[in-house]
Write a protein that binds this ligand. Sequence first.
Ligand SMILES: Nc1nc(=O)c2c([nH]1)NC[C@@H]1CN(c3ccc(C(=O)N[C@@H](CCC(=O)O)C(=O)O)cc3)CN21
Ligand SMILES: CC(C)C(=O)C(=O)O
Ligand SMILES: [Mg+2]
Length: 267
Amino acid sequence: MKKVTIRDFIKKKSTKEKITMLTAYDYPTAKIISNTGLDSILVGDSLGMVVLGYANTLNVTMRDMISHTRAVARANPPQLIVADMPFLSYEIDTKSAVKNAGLLVKAGSDAIKLEGGEEMKDTVKAIVKAGIPVMGHIGLTPQRFLRLGGFRTIGKTKQEEDQLIKDSLELEDAGVFSLVIENTYVDIVKRITEKLNIPTICIGAGPYCDGQVLVINDLLGLSEFTPYFAKSYVNLKEIISNAINQYIIDVKNNKFPEKQHYKERES
Ligand SMILES: Nc1nc(=O)c2c([nH]1)NC[C@@H]1CN(c3ccc(C(=O)N[C@@H](CCC(=O)O)C(=O)O)cc3)CN21
Ligand SMILES: CC(C)C(=O)C(=O)O
Ligand SMILES: [Mg+2]
Protein backbone atom coordinates (compact mmCIF):
# COMPACT_ATOMS: atom_id res chain seq x y z
CA MET A 1 0.00 0.00 0.00
CA LYS A 2 1.10 3.56 -0.76
CA LYS A 3 1.60 5.93 2.19
CA VAL A 4 -1.71 7.46 3.28
CA THR A 5 -1.39 11.24 3.37
CA ILE A 6 -3.58 13.81 5.11
CA ARG A 7 -5.08 14.63 1.69
CA ASP A 8 -5.96 10.95 1.02
CA PHE A 9 -7.51 10.76 4.48
CA ILE A 10 -9.71 13.85 4.04
CA LYS A 11 -10.73 12.89 0.51
CA LYS A 12 -12.46 9.76 1.76
CA LYS A 13 -15.25 11.93 3.13
CA SER A 14 -16.29 13.05 -0.36
CA THR A 15 -15.88 9.60 -1.92
CA LYS A 16 -17.86 8.12 1.00
CA GLU A 17 -15.23 5.44 1.56
CA LYS A 18 -15.29 4.63 5.28
CA ILE A 19 -12.05 5.44 7.08
CA THR A 20 -10.59 2.71 9.29
CA MET A 21 -8.36 3.48 12.25
CA LEU A 22 -6.98 1.34 15.07
CA THR A 23 -4.67 2.10 17.95
CA ALA A 24 -1.21 0.53 18.07
CA TYR A 25 1.51 1.10 20.63
CA ASP A 26 4.44 -1.06 19.57
CA TYR A 27 6.64 -2.22 16.69
CA PRO A 28 5.32 -5.78 16.14
CA THR A 29 1.69 -4.63 16.06
CA ALA A 30 2.53 -1.81 13.64
CA LYS A 31 4.39 -4.35 11.45
CA ILE A 32 1.29 -6.57 11.27
CA ILE A 33 -0.93 -3.55 10.50
CA SER A 34 1.50 -2.48 7.75
CA ASN A 35 0.42 -5.44 5.63
CA THR A 36 -3.31 -4.69 5.95
CA GLY A 37 -5.51 -2.15 4.19
CA LEU A 38 -6.08 -0.13 7.38
CA ASP A 39 -5.98 3.64 6.73
CA SER A 40 -4.58 5.00 9.95
CA ILE A 41 -2.83 4.12 13.21
CA LEU A 42 -3.53 6.02 16.43
CA VAL A 43 -0.81 5.90 19.05
CA GLY A 44 -3.45 6.57 21.68
CA ASP A 45 -2.88 7.66 25.25
CA SER A 46 -5.17 4.70 26.01
CA LEU A 47 -1.78 2.95 26.15
CA GLY A 48 -1.70 4.14 29.76
CA MET A 49 -4.59 1.81 30.51
CA VAL A 50 -4.17 -1.10 28.09
CA VAL A 51 -0.36 -1.32 28.05
CA LEU A 52 0.90 0.33 31.24
CA GLY A 53 -1.91 -0.75 33.58
CA TYR A 54 -3.06 2.63 34.91
CA ALA A 55 -6.73 3.06 35.86
CA ASN A 56 -7.05 6.10 33.56
CA THR A 57 -5.00 8.11 31.04
CA LEU A 58 -3.90 10.95 33.35
CA ASN A 59 -0.49 9.50 34.21
CA VAL A 60 0.64 9.15 30.61
CA THR A 61 3.64 11.38 29.91
CA MET A 62 5.25 12.93 26.83
CA ARG A 63 8.10 10.43 27.36
CA ASP A 64 5.64 7.53 27.15
CA MET A 65 4.04 8.94 23.99
CA ILE A 66 7.40 9.63 22.34
CA SER A 67 8.70 6.16 23.16
CA HIS A 68 5.62 4.36 21.79
CA THR A 69 5.31 6.66 18.76
CA ARG A 70 8.95 5.90 17.89
CA ALA A 71 8.29 2.15 18.22
CA VAL A 72 5.29 2.35 15.86
CA ALA A 73 7.12 4.62 13.41
CA ARG A 74 10.11 2.23 13.25
CA ALA A 75 7.78 -0.27 11.54
CA ASN A 76 7.47 2.32 8.75
CA PRO A 77 3.74 1.64 8.19
CA PRO A 78 1.98 3.09 5.12
CA GLN A 79 -0.88 4.09 7.44
CA LEU A 80 -1.25 7.71 8.56
CA ILE A 81 0.22 7.79 12.08
CA VAL A 82 -1.62 10.03 14.56
CA ALA A 83 -0.20 10.43 18.09
CA ASP A 84 -2.28 11.54 21.09
CA MET A 85 -1.05 14.52 23.06
CA PRO A 86 -1.05 13.37 26.71
CA PHE A 87 -2.74 15.12 29.64
CA LEU A 88 -1.16 18.53 30.43
CA SER A 89 1.12 18.55 27.37
CA TYR A 90 -1.08 21.13 25.56
CA GLU A 91 -3.38 22.78 28.14
CA ILE A 92 -0.88 25.06 29.90
CA ASP A 93 0.05 27.42 27.07
CA THR A 94 0.14 27.37 23.27
CA LYS A 95 3.95 27.59 23.18
CA SER A 96 4.47 24.35 25.04
CA ALA A 97 1.62 22.77 23.07
CA VAL A 98 3.41 23.53 19.78
CA LYS A 99 6.71 22.30 21.22
CA ASN A 100 5.19 19.03 22.44
CA ALA A 101 3.27 18.48 19.18
CA GLY A 102 6.62 18.93 17.40
CA LEU A 103 8.27 16.32 19.63
CA LEU A 104 5.62 13.77 18.60
CA VAL A 105 6.17 14.59 14.92
CA LYS A 106 9.93 14.21 15.42
CA ALA A 107 9.22 10.84 17.02
CA GLY A 108 7.58 9.79 13.75
CA SER A 109 3.90 10.72 13.81
CA ASP A 110 2.24 12.32 10.77
CA ALA A 111 -0.31 14.23 12.86
CA ILE A 112 -1.34 14.77 16.47
CA LYS A 113 -4.68 14.49 18.28
CA LEU A 114 -5.79 16.51 21.27
CA GLU A 115 -8.94 16.45 23.38
CA GLY A 116 -11.35 19.35 23.76
CA GLY A 117 -13.72 21.70 21.96
CA GLU A 118 -13.92 25.42 21.29
CA GLU A 119 -11.66 26.22 24.27
CA MET A 120 -8.82 24.54 22.31
CA LYS A 121 -9.18 26.80 19.24
CA ASP A 122 -6.06 28.93 19.81
CA THR A 123 -4.00 25.83 20.61
CA VAL A 124 -5.18 24.05 17.46
CA LYS A 125 -4.47 27.15 15.36
CA ALA A 126 -0.94 27.51 16.76
CA ILE A 127 -0.07 23.84 16.11
CA VAL A 128 -1.55 23.92 12.59
CA LYS A 129 0.36 27.17 11.94
CA ALA A 130 3.56 25.28 12.74
CA GLY A 131 2.71 22.84 9.95
CA ILE A 132 1.44 19.99 12.09
CA PRO A 133 -1.94 18.44 11.19
CA VAL A 134 -4.29 18.28 14.18
CA MET A 135 -7.13 15.83 14.80
CA GLY A 136 -9.80 16.96 17.26
CA HIS A 137 -11.51 14.78 19.88
CA ILE A 138 -14.90 15.61 21.42
CA GLY A 139 -17.69 13.82 23.25
CA LEU A 140 -16.22 11.67 25.99
CA THR A 141 -12.73 13.09 26.44
CA PRO A 142 -11.10 10.60 28.84
CA GLN A 143 -8.46 13.07 30.05
CA ARG A 144 -11.36 15.03 31.62
CA PHE A 145 -13.13 12.06 33.18
CA LEU A 146 -12.77 13.62 36.66
CA ARG A 147 -14.68 16.73 35.68
CA LEU A 148 -17.14 14.77 33.53
CA GLY A 149 -17.80 12.38 36.40
CA GLY A 150 -16.79 9.15 34.70
CA PHE A 151 -16.31 7.74 31.21
CA ARG A 152 -19.96 8.57 30.51
CA THR A 153 -21.95 9.19 27.34
CA ILE A 154 -21.96 12.90 26.46
CA GLY A 155 -24.92 14.79 24.95
CA LYS A 156 -27.84 13.82 27.17
CA THR A 157 -28.87 17.39 28.02
CA LYS A 158 -29.75 20.07 25.48
CA GLN A 159 -26.82 22.11 26.79
CA GLU A 160 -24.34 19.28 26.21
CA GLU A 161 -25.82 18.61 22.78
CA ASP A 162 -25.56 22.26 21.70
CA GLN A 163 -22.01 22.42 23.03
CA LEU A 164 -21.00 19.36 20.96
CA ILE A 165 -22.33 20.95 17.75
CA LYS A 166 -20.60 24.23 18.59
CA ASP A 167 -17.32 22.48 19.45
CA SER A 168 -17.29 20.57 16.17
CA LEU A 169 -17.86 23.71 14.08
CA GLU A 170 -15.30 25.76 16.03
CA LEU A 171 -12.67 23.02 15.72
CA GLU A 172 -13.24 22.76 11.98
CA ASP A 173 -12.88 26.54 11.81
CA ALA A 174 -9.62 26.34 13.80
CA GLY A 175 -8.22 23.97 11.19
CA VAL A 176 -8.48 20.37 12.42
CA PHE A 177 -8.28 17.92 9.50
CA SER A 178 -10.57 15.39 11.15
CA LEU A 179 -12.55 14.92 14.35
CA VAL A 180 -12.86 11.96 16.72
CA ILE A 181 -16.27 11.74 18.41
CA GLU A 182 -16.40 9.39 21.40
CA ASN A 183 -19.31 7.93 23.40
CA THR A 184 -22.03 10.32 22.16
CA TYR A 185 -25.66 9.79 21.02
CA VAL A 186 -25.93 8.80 17.37
CA ASP A 187 -28.44 11.48 16.29
CA ILE A 188 -26.03 14.23 17.41
CA VAL A 189 -23.15 12.54 15.61
CA LYS A 190 -25.23 12.26 12.42
CA ARG A 191 -25.94 16.00 12.53
CA ILE A 192 -22.28 16.85 13.10
CA THR A 193 -21.07 14.55 10.30
CA GLU A 194 -23.55 16.18 7.88
CA LYS A 195 -22.57 19.71 8.94
CA LEU A 196 -18.78 19.30 8.71
CA ASN A 197 -16.57 19.23 5.62
CA ILE A 198 -13.88 17.24 7.48
CA PRO A 199 -14.21 13.50 8.24
CA THR A 200 -15.62 12.41 11.60
CA ILE A 201 -14.08 9.30 13.15
CA CYS A 202 -16.26 7.59 15.72
CA ILE A 203 -15.85 5.35 18.73
CA GLY A 204 -19.01 4.55 20.65
CA ALA A 205 -20.86 7.09 18.50
CA GLY A 206 -22.68 4.95 15.99
CA PRO A 207 -22.59 4.35 12.24
CA TYR A 208 -23.25 7.87 10.89
CA CYS A 209 -19.59 8.83 10.78
CA ASP A 210 -16.99 8.98 8.05
CA GLY A 211 -14.85 6.41 9.84
CA GLN A 212 -14.38 4.25 12.92
CA VAL A 213 -11.58 3.89 15.47
CA LEU A 214 -11.11 1.12 18.01
CA VAL A 215 -8.54 0.25 20.67
CA ILE A 216 -6.68 -2.72 19.18
CA ASN A 217 -6.51 -4.57 22.51
CA ASP A 218 -10.34 -4.61 22.51
CA LEU A 219 -10.49 -5.88 18.90
CA LEU A 220 -8.04 -8.65 19.76
CA GLY A 221 -9.75 -9.67 23.00
CA LEU A 222 -6.73 -8.69 25.08
CA SER A 223 -8.30 -6.09 27.38
CA GLU A 224 -9.04 -6.54 31.04
CA PHE A 225 -11.98 -4.19 30.68
CA THR A 226 -13.80 -3.42 27.41
CA PRO A 227 -16.24 -0.51 26.90
CA TYR A 228 -19.78 -1.43 25.75
CA PHE A 229 -19.07 -0.06 22.26
CA ALA A 230 -16.02 -2.22 21.54
CA LYS A 231 -16.17 -5.43 19.50
CA SER A 232 -13.64 -8.22 19.87
CA TYR A 233 -12.93 -10.21 16.71
CA VAL A 234 -10.75 -12.84 18.37
CA ASN A 235 -10.05 -14.00 21.93
CA LEU A 236 -6.27 -13.61 22.08
CA LYS A 237 -6.30 -13.72 25.88
CA GLU A 238 -7.51 -17.33 25.69
CA ILE A 239 -5.14 -18.23 22.83
CA ILE A 240 -2.14 -16.80 24.70
CA SER A 241 -2.98 -18.47 28.01
CA ASN A 242 -3.47 -21.83 26.23
CA ALA A 243 -0.02 -21.44 24.66
CA ILE A 244 1.55 -20.62 28.04
CA ASN A 245 -0.12 -23.61 29.69
CA GLN A 246 1.09 -25.90 26.90
CA TYR A 247 4.65 -24.58 27.37
CA ILE A 248 4.47 -25.35 31.10
CA ILE A 249 3.23 -28.90 30.39
CA ASP A 250 5.96 -29.49 27.78
CA VAL A 251 8.80 -28.32 30.04
CA LYS A 252 7.55 -30.35 33.01
CA ASN A 253 7.23 -33.46 30.81
CA ASN A 254 10.53 -33.00 28.97
CA LYS A 255 8.70 -32.43 25.69
CA PHE A 256 10.49 -29.11 25.22
CA PRO A 257 13.19 -28.48 24.13
CA GLU A 258 13.28 -30.97 21.26
CA LYS A 259 16.26 -31.95 19.08
CA GLN A 260 15.94 -28.97 16.71
CA HIS A 261 16.03 -26.55 19.64
CA TYR A 262 19.57 -27.36 20.85
CA LYS A 263 23.02 -28.23 19.55
CA GLU A 264 25.04 -31.31 20.49
CA ARG A 265 28.74 -31.28 19.77
CA GLU A 266 29.98 -34.31 17.94
CA SER A 267 33.60 -35.21 18.95
N1 LIG B 1 -9.66 -0.92 26.52
C1 LIG B 1 -10.00 0.36 26.32
N2 LIG B 1 -10.84 0.68 25.32
C2 LIG B 1 -11.21 1.98 25.10
O1 LIG B 1 -11.96 2.23 24.13
C3 LIG B 1 -10.70 2.99 25.95
C4 LIG B 1 -9.78 2.60 26.96
N3 LIG B 1 -9.48 1.30 27.15
N4 LIG B 1 -9.18 3.55 27.76
C5 LIG B 1 -9.26 4.94 27.35
C6 LIG B 1 -10.63 5.26 26.92
C7 LIG B 1 -11.63 5.12 28.04
N5 LIG B 1 -12.81 4.66 27.34
C8 LIG B 1 -14.03 4.29 27.92
C9 LIG B 1 -14.05 3.58 29.11
C10 LIG B 1 -15.25 3.19 29.66
C11 LIG B 1 -16.46 3.50 29.05
C12 LIG B 1 -17.74 3.06 29.68
O2 LIG B 1 -17.79 1.98 30.24
N6 LIG B 1 -18.81 3.84 29.67
C13 LIG B 1 -20.11 3.47 30.21
C14 LIG B 1 -20.19 3.76 31.70
C15 LIG B 1 -19.89 5.19 32.04
C16 LIG B 1 -19.97 5.57 33.53
O3 LIG B 1 -21.05 5.89 33.97
O4 LIG B 1 -18.94 5.57 34.22
C17 LIG B 1 -21.18 4.19 29.43
O5 LIG B 1 -22.34 3.71 29.47
O6 LIG B 1 -20.91 5.19 28.77
C18 LIG B 1 -16.42 4.22 27.88
C19 LIG B 1 -15.21 4.60 27.31
C20 LIG B 1 -12.52 4.56 25.91
N7 LIG B 1 -11.09 4.35 25.87
C1 LIG C 1 -10.08 5.86 22.00
C2 LIG C 1 -9.20 6.67 21.10
C3 LIG C 1 -9.98 7.62 20.25
C4 LIG C 1 -8.13 7.37 21.90
O1 LIG C 1 -8.12 8.55 22.08
C5 LIG C 1 -7.09 6.53 22.50
O2 LIG C 1 -6.98 5.34 22.15
O3 LIG C 1 -6.34 7.05 23.34
MG1 LIG D 1 -6.76 9.13 23.62
